[in-house]
Design a protein around this ligand. Structure first.
Ligand code: SF4
Ligand code: SF4
Length: 194
């Protein structure tokens, strides 16, 4: 922790305690170009108005809000942004309310692309992808789920139908053709836990 003195335009001086100091060596000047390469728009067009955070349905649940994430991207704070973006629901509300037409949702998706290539993959993502390969569903349907469904009168899961294996094969073909399995480092039969 360090103490810094902040001087406001009004002339007011205030002592602030900085618990995290980031110096230039931790910044990546090419980060904004990398975001563009993976489908995001130029984060430098962001006005920092905060609309995106205001309308984001998960903003109260996440450490870095949408506007803050975009600001960090502007600064090139790559490491601070990559691990937190998986909770974005890609609902695109931020896009609808962004006066700069930046589309923060696409920036979040680009951060995921970059994160995966840096090996930053949350276990829940790996588990969902592995289940998709192994079972054709992102949630592994175990005995307890099947019993509970029966108890409350829900229909059988599609995986218990005769043509489900061919559906699963198609899913696996798409995953292998796009090299999604290699990107995530999954085979479809692993037990991925948190
Ligand atoms: S709404 Fe758009 S311009 Fe405003 S802070 Fe969010 S990304 Fe930036
Ligand atoms: S797309 Fe993501 S960041 Fe944008 S409002 Fe929806 S949940 Fe929030």
């Amino acid at each position: 922790m360090s103490e810094v003195e902040k001087v406001f335009i009004s002339g007011l001086h205030e002592k602030l305690i900085e618990d995290k100091v980031i110096d230039e060596s931790q910044l990546d000047p090419d980060f904004r170009k990398e975001i563009i390469k993976f489908g995001g728009k130029d984060v430098m067009t962001c006005l920092q108005c905060g609309n995106c955070t205001g309308v984001c349905p998960i903003s109260l649940k996440i450490e870095y809000k949408t506007r803050t994430t975009i600001k960090y991207c502007q600064f090139g704070m790559k490491n601070a942004t990559l691990s937190t973006r998986w909770v974005c629901a890609t609902c695109y509300r931020c896009y609808e309310h962004c006066p700069a037409d930046l589309n923060p949702a696409e920036v979040m998706i680009a951060l995921r692309h970059i994160g995966i290539r840096e090996g930053i993959i949350p276990p829940f993502v790996k588990r969902a992808a592995s289940n998709l390969m192994g079972h054709g569903l992102t949630v592994r349907p175990d005995e307890s789920i099947l019993k509970e469904r029966e108890k409350i009168g829900l229909p059988e899961l599609p995986q218990s139908k005769p043509d489900w294996e061919s559906v699963k094969e198609e899913v696996v073909t798409i995953i292998k053709t796009t090299k999604y399995d290699r990107l995530l480092g999954i085979r479809g039969d692993e037990d991925v836990s948190e």
